[in-house]
Write a protein that binds this ligand. Structure first.
Ligand code: NA7
Length: 293
């Protein structure tokens, strides 16, 4: 297929590379010039990348970035022609997604929200899991692209519901991780080492995928970004916005959002979200240590 890929960040770059590897004709664009994908043509603007394409795939930071590259100066809107599909793997607002989709539909273009999970390792290995919103027939048309970048696609319903699912997935990750981080902090204060506690966690119903994934990084004190704290913070805010729009309250998430706020104020925003632990450690006057440290 002829694809434009917009946004070559931690996730977008390997995703675009996998489209090329699968044999698709790919044009790429990134806001900051200089980023490349082997085998893809580099375009000067989103509008130019999107010309005469079957699908336009986006993976940028936030709702504002998506709005800019679709409807802003040099955006894809004037390049859209009937039958094209716009797919968005950024994590953004579900309600904004519905508005964007309605606007491109006036040009007989379909919008698929396709946020994903699997982090940069999943992106590199074409093993992402997509949670999508859109019509089934449209999803079928872009199936070869999903196949090139991921291993599973879960349809959540019509446009906007992929984003809704993504927000509630990250809500759970943020709360589960914060529970684990608070447990490690208190355990350390009480004299139980992380390397002693973690096998107990993993042998019992407390076990979780989040703990399995994050524990080795914590034990090695490796807070380099797999999923940057600033992006998890953005998703927490999006979930709180969606809750407000729906007139419901999420007290646990509100408390966690404050931790992220303070972690950002202290300059941890570009570390992994696992670095919220270091703030708890600072408050407690302890450091969670791995085996033999
Ligand atoms: P990164 O590595 O922070 O990459 C973000 C990308 O978004 C990067 O290409 C940015 O371009 C681009 N960006 C940010 N703001 C804009 C605006 N205003 N206009 C155009 N492009 C922009 O994030 P990830 O790849 O880890 O994640 C991407 C999404 O997937 C995000 O929603 C996550 O929550 C999930 P730059 O290179 O800075 O010029």
């Amino acid at each position: 297929m002829r694809v434009a890929f917009l946004g070559l960040g931690i996730m977008g770059q390997p995703m675009a590379q996998n489209l090329v590897k699968a044999g698709h004709d790919v044009a790429v664009w990134n806001r900051t010039p200089g980023k490349q994908v082997e085998g893809a043509r580099v375009a000067d603007s989103p509008a130019e990348a999107a010309r005469e394409r079957d699908a336009i795939w986006m993976c940028v930071s936030d709702t504002h970035a998506v709005e800019q590259i679709v409807f802003g100066p040099g955006g894809i809107e004037p390049s859209l022609t009937p039958g094209m599909v716009v797919a968005d793997s950024s994590t953004i607002s579900p309600s904004a997604t519905r508005h964007f989709a309605a606007r491109v539909r006036k040009r007989a273009v379909d919008w698929v929200d396709a946020p994903m999970t699997g982090s940069k390792i999943g992106a590199a290995n074409a093993a992402l899991i997509f949670m999508v919103g859109g019509e089934e027939a449209v999803l079928e048309r872009i199936k070869p692209l999903f196949d090139a970048m991921g291993k599973q696609v879960f349809r959540m319903g019509e446009t906007g519901k992929g984003q809704a699912a993504k927000l509630v997935m990250n809500l759970q990750i943020a709360l589960i991780y914060e529970g684990f981080a608070e447990a490690l902090t208190l355990a350390t204060k009480l004299g139980v080492e992380a390397s002693t506690l973690i096998p107990l966690v993993q042998a019992t119903m407390v076990r979780s995928g989040v703990v399995d994934y994050k524990a080795p990084f914590i034990l090695h004190r490796d807070f380099s970004p797999n999923f940057p704290l600033r992006l998890m913070h953005k998703d927490i805010r999006l979930a709180l916005d969606a809750a407000r729009e729906s007139r419901i309250k999420l007290p646990g998430l509100e408390a966690v959002e404050e931790v992220y706020e303070l972690a950002s104020e202290e300059g941890r925003q570009d570390l992994d979200y696992a670095a919220t632990l270091t703030l708890l450690e600072k408050w407690a006057g302890v450091e969670v240590r791995g085996n033999g440290q």
